[in-house]
Design a protein around this ligand. Structure first.
Ligand code: PMP
Length: 361
C-alpha cells in the first residue's frame, strides 16, 4: 500500500484528469465498417508492398537513427533541403515534440476550435493552458482573435487545414496574412491537404514562423505504418530533431515512406475517388435529413436529423457494425463524423442510416 502510494505520488508531471482512450481492438477479419478514424482503405500498391518486405531483411539492424534516407527523399519530392525536414513515427509524434519543445507549465497555446482533440491532451501533459479560438464551421480564419486578447501570449498557434473534425479549408492567403502579422510559431497541420484544392508548403520559404505537418496516414493510406513529416526553417527543425528519440521510426516505416514518395502518382486515382465519393455521400446524407458541412478532407461532419444526438447515432450505427465518430463538445453533440472509404462501404453507411430513419432503401 505505502510503496504504491509513494510511487504514484511521484507522477508529478502526469495530470490525474488524463484518461487513456478507450481501447479499440480490431483484427483483419473484423466485419465492422470502420469510418470513425479517417483511415483510407486503399490497398498498398504492389511496389510499396515489396519495399516493406525488403525492409524486413534488415530487421536485425537498427534503423537510420535520424531518418536521413527518408528525409532526403521527402526533401527531393517536395523541393526542400533535408535540413528543412523532420520525420516522425506518425505526425502525432511530431506534435508531441512541438508541445514539449515550446511549452513550460503555465504557458499558453491556441488552437482553432473545433479542432483535433489530441492537442488538448498534449497541452495538459505540459501543464499548459489550452485556448480554443472559436472558428465554427465557417472556414474563415479569425486572424485578429488569434493575435490579440487571451491568445496574444500563446507560444504557438495550431491550425489544421483542412480542419478536423469540420473538414473546412481556409485559403493559403488567409494563413499567410496570419503568419505575416505574427511573430509566433504557426503549426500548420496539413494531415488532410491532399484532398484539398491548395496547400501552404510554399509559405515556409518566406515565413520562418510556419511549421507544416504532413502525414501518410490519410492520403497515402498508411496509418498503421506510422509516417509523418514536419517541414520548416532549418533552425526550428534542428531544435526539434535535437529532442527527438533516436530510432523513432523503424526500418519498415522508413522504407515504405521512401517508396510512397517515389510512387505518389499511384495514389492520385484514390484521391480522385475520395473527393468524388465525398460529394456523392454528402448529397445522399443531406437527402436523408443530415446537414453536412462542405468538406475538403476524407471525411464528412454531419449534423444528425432532429430528434436524436450524435452519440445515439454512433450507438445505433455500431449495432449495425458501422463505426462513426461522435463528440463530447457541447456544440458538436448533434454531429457525427464519417470517413470516406470505398464505394461499397459508403453504400452500407447510407443504407443503414436510411433503415435507422425508417426510410425505404
Ligand atoms: N493531425 C490531424 C488533424 C489529424 O486528424 C490526425 C489523425 N487523426 C493527426 C494529425 C495524426 O495523424 P498521424 O499521427 O497518424 O500522422
Amino acid at each position: 500500500g505505502t510503496k504504491l502510494k509513494s510511487v504514484l505520488s511521484s507522477f508529478s508531471q502526469v495530470p490525474r484528469e488524463l484518461k487513456p482512450l478507450p481501447s479499440d481492438r480490431h483484427s483483419l477479419d473484423d466485419s465492422c465498417v470502420r469510418l470513425n478514424t479517417n483511415e483510407n482503405p486503399f490497398p498498398m500498391p504492389e511496389v510499396v508492398m515489396q519495399s516493406a518486405i525488403a525492409a524486413l531483411e534488415q530487421q536485425y539492424l537498427y534503423p537510420e537513427h535520424d531518418n536521413i534516407g527518408l528525409r532526403e527523399a521527402a526533401a527531393d519530392a517536395y523541393g526542400l533541403t533535408k535540413d528543412q525536414v523532420i520525420a516522425g513515427n506518425g505526425s502525432s509524434e511530431l506534435l508531441g515534440l512541438i508541445y514539449r519543445a515550446f511549452l513550460a507549465p503555465g504557458d499558453r497555446v491556441a488552437m482553432l476550435s473545433p479542432g483535433f482533440s489530441f492537442n488538448r491532451k498534449l497541452a495538459m501533459l505540459q501543464g499548459a493552458q489550452f485556448l480554443e479560438i472559436e472558428c465554427g464551421q465557417s472556414g474563415v480564419l479569425p486572424v485578429e482573435e488569434l493575435l490579440s486578447g487571451p491568445a496574444e501570449g500563446a507560444k504557438f498557434i495550431l491550425l489544421a487545414n483542412p480542419n478536423n473534425p469540420t473538414g473546412t479549408f481556409v485559403s493559403v492567403a488567409e494563413i499567410e496574412r496570419l503568419a505575416a502579422q505574427s511573430d509566433r510559431l504557426i503549426v500548420l497541420d496539413e494531415a488532410y491537404v491532399d484532398f484539398a484544392p491548395d496547400n501552404g508548403l510554399r509559405l515556409i520559404d518566406h515565413y520562418p514562423n510556419i511549421l507544416v505537418l504532413r502525414t501518410f496516414s490519410k492520403s497515402y493510406a498508411a496509418a498503421g505504418i506510422r509516417i509523418g513529416f514536419g517541414f520548416g526553417h532549418p533552425e526550428i527543425i534542428g531544435r526539434l530533431r535535437n529532442i527527438q528519440n533516436v530510432f523513432n521510426m523503424n526500418v519498415i516505416g522508413q522504407a515504405v515512406g521512401v517508396s510512397i514518395l517515389a510512387h505518389r502518382d499511384a495514389y492520385e486515382e484514390n484521391h480522385r475517388h475520395i473527393k468524388q465519393e465525398r460529394e456523392r455521400v454528402s448529397f445522399a446524407l443531406s437527402q436523408l435529413g443530415f446537414s453536412v458541412t462542405p468538406s475538403h478532407a476524407n471525411f464528412l461532419l454531419a449534423r444528425v436529423p432532429a430528434g436524436q444526438d450524435g452519440r445515439w447515432w454512433q450507438k445505433a450505427m455500431k449495432r449495425r457494425k458501422v463505426l462513426v465518430a461522435a463528440f463530447s463538445e457541447s456544440f458538436l453533440k448533434k454531429h457525427i463524423r464519417v470517413s470516406i472509404g470505398t464505394r461499397e462501404q459508403m453504400d452500407i453507411l447510407l443504407s443503414e442510416a436510411s433503415e435507422i430513419l425508417g426510410k425505404p432503401k
